[in-house]
Structure formats: C-alpha cells, structure tokens
Design a protein around this ligand. Sequence first.
Ligand code: CS2
Ligand code: MG
Length: 403
Amino acid sequence: MPIITDARVIITSPGRNFVTLKITCDDGTTGVGDATLNGRELAVAAYLSEHVVPCLIGRDAHRIEDIWQYLYKGAYWRRGPVTMTAIAGVDMALWDIKGKVAGLPVYQLLGGASREACMVYAHANGTTIEDTIKVALAERDKGYKAIRLQCGVPGLASTYGVAKPGQRYEPADAALPSESVWSTEKYLRVVPELFAAAREALGPDVHLLHDVHHRLTPIEAGRLGKDLEPYRPFWIEDPTPAEDQEAFRLIREHTTTPIAVGEVFNSIWDCKALIENRWIDYIRATIVHAGGITHLRRIAALAELYQVRTGCHGATDLSPVTMAAALHFGLSVPNFGVQEHMPHTDETDAVFPHEYRFEDGMMHPGDAPGLGVDIDEALAAGYEYRRAYLPVNRLEDGTLWNW
Ligand code: CS2
Ligand code: MG
C-alpha cells in the first residue's frame, strides 16, 4: 500500500491564482489536487499546510474514504468553503494516486463510462446583444452544442460575465475589490431581448444558458423565468441567493424554465432541500469546492433519486486539475447533465499539462492512469502569487448587493 511521505502546497499565478496540493508516496507515486478558492486562495493554502498536511504523513493513500471522514469530522468545525476546498484538494490527489497505482483512469474506478463523452457548454459574452450573438455563432461553429449568453445592460457601465473590450473574462482582477453598479429593472429588460435575438440567430437546437449570478429576488426570478419560456432556455443559473433554499419553491410556482444552482455550495446539506423538493433541475456543486470526488458522488446520488442532473461549475478559476477530475466524474455519473467549459489560457495549460480533450462540443478525460493531469513545478515557480479579489456590487442608490 502507498504510504504518504510528503504533501506540498503549490501556489502559482499564470494569469490568475491557483492552489495545488501535490501528495507523494513511499513508492514514488504522486497525485495532484486543486485547492483553489477564488479571492481566498491563501486561506485554503494555510489550512492545508498548517492543519491538514501534518495529519496526512504516514497514512495509507488508498484509504480515501477514511481520510475524507478524518478531515471532515476530525476538524470539528464542519463544512464551509475553505475547509471543503482543502478536503477536495486532498481527495482529488488520492484518487489520482489510486488510479496510477491501479493503472486505470479514475472514471474506471468510479464505475466506468456511462456515456461516450461529456457535453460541455461554452461562454458567449459581449457588451451588446449583437456582440454576444457574434461570439455565440463563433462558439457554435467550434462545435459547442450548448452556449451561455451574458451581455451588457444598457445604462450600466459593466455587469457580471462580460469581459472588458479585447480581454478574456476574469472577475478576480484587482488588488482590492472593484465595485460595480447594478439595476435589476434595466437587467430584466435586456435578457429577454438577448434570448429572442439568440434564438433567431442560432435556431432551435443549440442549448442556451444564462447565469443570473444571485441577483434577483425570488419573485423577480419567477418573472425572468416566465419571460424567457418562449425561447426555451436550457437553464437559468443562480437566480436568487441559495442559502434560502425555500425561496426556490416560489420560483417554481411561476415558471417551468429549468433552474441550475450550486457553484457556491460546499456540502450536500446546502442543497438537500432543493433536490428533495425538486426545486432545481441541475446541481452545479463542483469537485474543488464541495469536498472532492468522494463528496460530490454523494450529492449526485441524492440528485439522481429526484431526477436532478449535474451541471458542474467549470470557470477558469477552477484549475485544469478540477477540469480533469470533473470529466472523469461526468463520464461515469449516471445523471450527468452538462459540464461548464471555459478554456484556460495557454500559459495555464502549460503549467498544468493534461490529457483531456475537446471535440465536437464534447469532452473526454483521456485514459491515462489517474486524473491525467499534472503540475509543471518549474514553470509554476515562475508565476508569483498576486492577491486578487472578486468584485462587490451595489445598487444605484449605493446599497451593497449580490455580485
Ligand atoms: C460563474 C463564475 O462560471 C460561472 O457560472 O458564476 O464565473 C463565477 O463568477 C466565478 O467562478 C467566481 O470565482
Ligand atoms: Mg455561475
């Protein structure tokens, strides 16, 4: 059995910050896990190096479940994004090691493939509806069958999901939180226009998604869902802050537009009511923020009972290690829905060499033993950490709002 002899936290910033845990065993086998929490990276790095790593040395790396329980129950202070992201980093690295020792890709250890490949969705954004549609047409021409649409809001200087002109979208862009201004009224006017134009341009077959990003009240979300029904969205995401799971009962009473939620969730307890009441259609909890493959399997198994499908978060602040793990998970889980795919930059891909590949709107993790991804430590060392915050959002009267 492979005994853990070393575990190192590697912080690197090839265009944006990533935290990676690399575990080494006595037989030389290594495994990597993503432990990146956008805007709070050093909190997780310290949690790992100060409080988790000392407990890992000398343990049997094959005992994934026991180590998971030890880190979850042994912490006493359970759950929360920092704790569960740290546990996720350990969990991913241990699955990577188990696959390498077995000589099998991780999806084979999870029950094998339940499909040929995973459908992924692209991002299309622009300051105007026309610009957004242009990008959406280009993404469709690359082969994507599902496309997320985000456009500027007339009367607002900026909004979530829309890149600065000529740049890739990267929200964690300032050494102190930048502030944006929000108007629900202006937003609710433009989204139906965006979807009408998108359906006109892209036709009926392309799946169209939209991220509301926590900004509406439940009844406003019901109204948006109803307004979009003629355009048959694949989903609207994070329509209202989901700490209040009960709020989704109200949204459901007003619209049949499918709902996705959960990228900010870190445990099954965050979504138990949403799933058991069928208040959502897709669960977006991810491997890196919801305790790793071991815990996300439990969430997906609960969701399967209630015909809720997975729709895992996959923005560029989740490293290629999470992308690889998500594709192994997505290939095997029976109730897979869709996987978000925001391609990383070339410099990030160079730091994290990987096997996964995109083809015709689908992705596959590859068949290398383990997760099929690694970190080039020499390259990683060349990118120094820079503190970066996610923005904050205020209403036009200055009230602090949901970003
Ligand atoms: C977004 C993310 O991808 C998504 O659905 O919600 O861009 C999110 O804003 C970032 O991951 C936050 O770090
Ligand atoms: Mg989102």
